[in-house]
Design a protein around this ligand. Sequence first.
Ligand code: ANZ
Length: 842
Amino acid sequence: RIPFPFDEFEPKWQARWDAEKTFRTPNPGDADFDASKPKFYVLDMFPYPSGSGLHVGHPEGYTATDIIGRAKRRQGFNVLHPMGWDSFGLPAEQYAIKTGQHPAITTTANIATFKRQLKSLGFGYDWDREIATTDPEYVRWTQWIFLQLYSSYYDEETQKARPVAELEAKGWTRDQIDAVRLAFVHEAPVNWSPDLGTVLANEEVEEWRNKGHIVERRPLRQWMLRITSYAQRLIDELEPLDWPEGIKLLQRNWIGRSEGAEVDFQLAGHTVTVFTTRPDTLFGATYMVLAPEHPYVSEITTADQKAAVEAYITACAAKSDLERGDLNKDKSGVFTGAYATNPVNGAQIPVWIADYVMMGYGTGAIMAVPAHDERDFEFAQKFDLPIVQVVQPTGDQEWQGYTDPGTAVNSGFLDGLPTTEAKAKMIGWLEDEGRGKRRVQFKLRDWLFSRQRYWGEPFPLTWKDGHHYAVPDSELPLLAPPLEDYKPSGSPEPLLTKAREWVELPDGSVRETNTMPQWAGSCWYYLRYCDPRNSGRFISEDAESYWGGGEKPGMVDLYVGGTEHAVLHLLYARFWHKVLFDLGHVHTNEPFQRLVNQGLILGEDGRKMSKSFGNVVNPDDVVREYGADSLRLYEMFMGPLEQVKPWSMKGVEGVSRFLARVWRIAFNQNDDGHWDVSPKVQDVPCTDKELLRVVHETVKKVTEDIEKLSFNTAISQMMICTNAFTQVEVAPLKEFTLLLHALNPFAPHLSEEIHARLGGTTPLSETAWPSYDEAALVSDEIEVVVQVNGKLRDKIRISPATAQADVEALAQASERVKEHTDGKTIRKVIYVPGKLVSIVAN
Ligand code: ANZ
């Protein structure tokens, strides 16, 4: 038998919230908008509506934001808590290839499933603000923002994006302008997958290879976004945000700022510039390495090395940056036959090419200092190149392969200087001599933004006579035409190229046929939620200024989602937001003020939930068996929100039993199965001081714990409170209702249902959050420990005024004490006032 009738009342409350739009949030300008209320914008990372529906990982973060959103609403905030769909993407298209169904159809069906599932969990979303990135009205503004990037450049002087129109006015030519746009065309070797029919970002390669797809390197003409212009700001403006340190570190490392120098080497009539973070080691540079793609390679290679060099270049072309960098264990390379002059000592050093030097970083050329760089050390050992010590370690470490700071040796005018000073002195020398200069370098690359797929936003651009042109705003959204065949052709021609009638325009120009990556939509969805139906602007000024209000730099007050987006979505969205900020479209310079990552939920077996392990839990099954409130409460009770936790059906059962206990304080089931209000609940003043204390303690702790997102401890406190009600004869209505108030954001259906059945006319969700009574918190009871023969046997609570004889009697009357004294003679009883009763018995 079901311990409480959740299957009756949960759908009932959900229908009511829907019909009454309980969680609708008015916007500035709406008749019911109250501008005097502070705002609280709480956001979930919106899901990709996959074919498999919601899994139990989704409701973890969603329940957390729902609890805080519901509580803040009742605490007098205008709460913005929206939901939507990240609905472009490759899987929908893969599915279309398999089944022949248009991605729009499967996407719509999947969204319907997700929405039904989310509603079945009772989340208080404002569904009037629902958006899908595939909605034509949404696509319009995604394309509009792209055009903002396209028609802007980064002004180094003001460190801000500005319209290229300003450059036009200054007489810049079209080619000059195209070279500085924030969205630009670039030909570069990229990760191309012939069977997926698209290029992939570096971070995406491993996943698709593991799924059995081929990914190769291939030079292609692509659209890039100039995120590198923002590298320094993306680092600096991360600092004041309330994000987990680990995520900040990942972003910082991804952006990868290095300070160092450029050094010029002379080589067969060319000047080859290298980038180094260790200019202090220049005297130890014993050879030079160029990336195989370096433009000088063919010119400097000597005749007898030509064949070997060319063979090596061909072999490298297939490798990704990752394979050449971090995964490159066995160093390889070829001598070019050329020698360069070390500018500091005139030494002739051999020039090699090797794939551990990347063309896309620094200058694509390095000075190799094998004594103090690991990669150079491995390489020099393998190819028997000279190794010269130029840094003396601080301790008694071996100098070969010593990479830490130390003292300069064998380095002429640097000798004796600690590394930091030696770096500065060498940079000074290089600048004085005109042989180099100080330079800051970032690992971050420009963002490869084009895909060759169908199910994404088309670029709002056309081409004529080799030049690109923006589609006018009035023609947006530019939607892709329906296609019969989504199958990749194996060539890097974008799929849309097949739609001849769409591509070829009457004036002889053709449409750009690349599409945007899935990241585009998620770069700005949090802005659109603020004003989702605006057809004249991507967000109104009023909505932007209200929902972005506050002293903090970030717009969203709390953003909850998984860690997997640390350097992708969270970096891309920050970049777009800064461009919009520079151009005056938003007044905050960051999108997300506070970020919290929920921990992964593992299977019962402790492994990642996955179809292949057969350990996936479907929320629908849990809701059917135990109800939505049990699922919500369980996911919050599993442990701290940010921790990785294994699933346990026993655990779900446990919290479900707790909810049943709350229910049974208020109701008794009669013989025909109906639940009658229990005589235990009475509308009388609470005279039990201890009960009063526990109840007010609960309101206090739950209020504070919600603020700290410490939901598991809040639930523990409510369990203590429920036990207290179970133990007393009479549950005073006012105090019992306080427990329901505290429980409401966690178990909204159950708390509302009990409240209503006990005569509550206004739903809890429509009433103010309760306050607690400080005076009730102080317990005037004290705890006294009872020992029998020196062993702790019980603790009793007494009023400090209790007479010694009464305390001793109470102690001896305790059941736990009696277990140890029964049948024995009490020899002695000692009372240490307010602390201890010690009984000696034998
Ligand atoms: C000489 C040297 C001596 C270096 C030494 C290091 C230690 P980060 O910190 O990652 O920026 N480097 C420069 N350009 C490179 C490229 N395109 N591909 C591969 N390696 C490259 O690293 C900068 C260092 O990585 C540079 O400093 C350079 O090696 C190498 F004791 O120069 B160093």
